[in-house]
Design a protein around this ligand. Structure first.
Ligand code: SAM
Length: 209
């Protein structure tokens, strides 16, 4: 199970010393990012497979990964180092405070990839698509900004579509069996795709009013 893999990774001893000495990729806010390129962020980036590969393919875009697990962040930074990319930064933080570290109207695109589904009703407010999070995304995204959602979990996906209905996001595309040849995949996406499981996909555009 990928989940168990994540749990095991948290115990690794190299992670905290590695992060304490990391100066190149780890940042504490988005205020001083270059303004000459579009900014794409992935919230809950996991080990950074998708975002580091995307940064290699698209040097014209600046990518930022947000992730609250130290081991995931350290793994993602190692991938960035291996690829020598200079259009990628990481924030080790909980996305619940994203509007505090990011200027309003500054982000061009947000990816939410295989977010934790939090199936129990009492935990729904933790979902990264919950209305309180969508409000924050509306603040940091530019008008016409894009939000892309991918999930393996149909109930979570359907609930998320409902949350978006009460927001200023306009649904542009949905696909209940998403696959794009040649597009980088997250670790979860690669696993579920290899198992033949459907990937649920939605693409939204923000219409600021
Ligand atoms: C199920 S994993 C998916 C990882 C990756 N996106 C993928 O598709 O392989 C969800 C990730 O989101 C992170 N996460 C969940 N809630 C978060 C939050 N509120 N702020 C930052 N990261 C969060 C978790 O630590 C975990 O790494």
């Amino acid at each position: 199970m990928l989940y168990n893999y994540y749990m095991r990774m948290r115990k690794k001893k190299w992670v905290l010393p590695f992060l304490e000495n990391e100066k190149e990729y780890l940042i504490s806010d988005l205020h001083s990012l270059p303004k000459d390129r579009p900014i794409y962020i992935e919230i809950g980036m996991g080990m950074g497979d998708f975002i580091t590969q995307s940064a290699v393919l698209h040097p014209e875009i600046f990518y930022v990964g947000i992730e609250r697990e130290e081991t995931c962040v350290a793994r993602a930074i190692k991938k960035a180092q291996e690829n020598g990319i200079d259009n990628f930064k990481v924030l080790l933080m909980d996305a619940v405070t994203v509007t505090e570290i990011c200027d309003p109207d500054s982000v061009d695109l947000i990816y939410l990839h295989f977010s934790d589904p939090w199936p129990k009703k009492r935990n729904h407010k933790r979902r990264l698509t919950y209305p309180t999070f969508l409000k924050q995304y509306e603040t940091i995204l530019k008008d016409d900004g894009i939000l892309i959602l991918k999930s393996d979990n149909e109930p979570f996906f359907d609930d998320s579509l409902e949350y978006f209905r009460s927001s200023n996001f306009i649904l542009e595309e949905t696909d209940r069996n998403y696959f794009r040849e040649g597009e980088p995949m997250t670790a979860y996406q690669a696993k579920f795709t290899a198992e033949g499981k459907p990937i649920y996909y939605a693409r939204y555009r923000l219409n600021k009013v």
